[in-house]
Design a binder for this molecule. Structure first.
Ligand SMILES: N[C@@H](CCC(=O)N[C@@H](CS)C(=O)NCC(=O)O)C(=O)O
Length: 223
């Protein structure tokens, strides 16, 4: 039975999973969940898939799993993928960056996305104080990433890992949400290299952009 993945093509979180699955050669059956119509917030979705009403969600037989990073670790375990690192030391480094990026990185980019994009779509005033706070957190974190990436092409070791995919996630919305990543040249070079070297990352970028651009045009929003 095919592994199913529920999510919206405009989601950077779904993109982390679809990219990793493509790179690992794992076919996924896509089940579209229109987040702009609130389809992840229905009683049925919450009771059967994710009580938080968030996507992506993986369904593999009796296994239901949410959180993109956990889903990617699950998929990687299935095929013993080197995306988790190739030595014990690397595997812990990969986990370190994955946990960090959930708590100290994407949480602030999500706040900025919600303020700049979500609230514009909903025609609700932005909280500029919150944006400034989240941007200060992003700049501090990006500064550390920028230093870490001096002389490196990947976050851990000499090859792509799930750490790169997790940290690159917010680039999915960088132009729409205007994250200040452009101030950090090593970060930009690292991400440009991912786009050039991994066709799956470029393909899924086009998918996110296409979905978001069409949706924003359909509601008459220019960011
Ligand atoms: N940390 C979660 C983030 C999940 C998340 O925020 N998903 C968003 C899309 S990127 C969502 O489903 N939002 C639906 C909603 O808020 O109603 C992950 O990595 O999977």
């Amino acid at each position: 039975m095919a592994i199913k993945i529920y999510g919206d093509a405009g989601s950077g979180s779904l993109r982390r999973v679809t990219t990793a699955a493509k790179i690992m050669g794992i076919p996924l059956e896509r089940i579209n969940v229109d987040l702009f119509k609130g389809e992840s917030q229905t009683e049925a979705f919450r009771s059967q898939l994710n009580p938080h009403g968030l996507t992506p969600v993986l369904e593999d037989g009796d296994t239901i799993l949410w959180e993109s990073s956990a889903i990617n670790l699950y998929l990687a375990a299935k095929v013993e993928s080197p995306l988790v690192g190739t030595t014990q030391e690397e595997r812990f480094q990969v986990l370190q960056w994955m946990f960090w990026s959930g708590e100290q990185w994407r949480t602030f980019t999500t706040t900025i996305f919600d303020e700049r994009v979500g609230k514009t779509v909903m025609d609700v005033p932005r909280d500029e104080t919150l944006i400034a706070f989240a941007e200060s957190k992003i700049r501090a974190a990006a500064g550390v990433l920028d230093q870490h990436l001096v002389g490196r092409r990947f976050m851990v070791g000499d090859a792509l890992t799930l750490a790169d995919i997790d940290i690159a996630g917010p680039f999915s919305q960088v132009d729409r949400a205007k994250f200040p990543f452009g101030e950090f040249p090593n970060l930009v070079t690292w991400h440009d290299n991912l786009l050039r070297s991994f066709p799956a990352w470029a393909e899924t970028k086009a998918e996110v952009d296409n979905r978001m651009d069409r949706f924003l045009a359909s509601v008459g929003v220019e960011l």
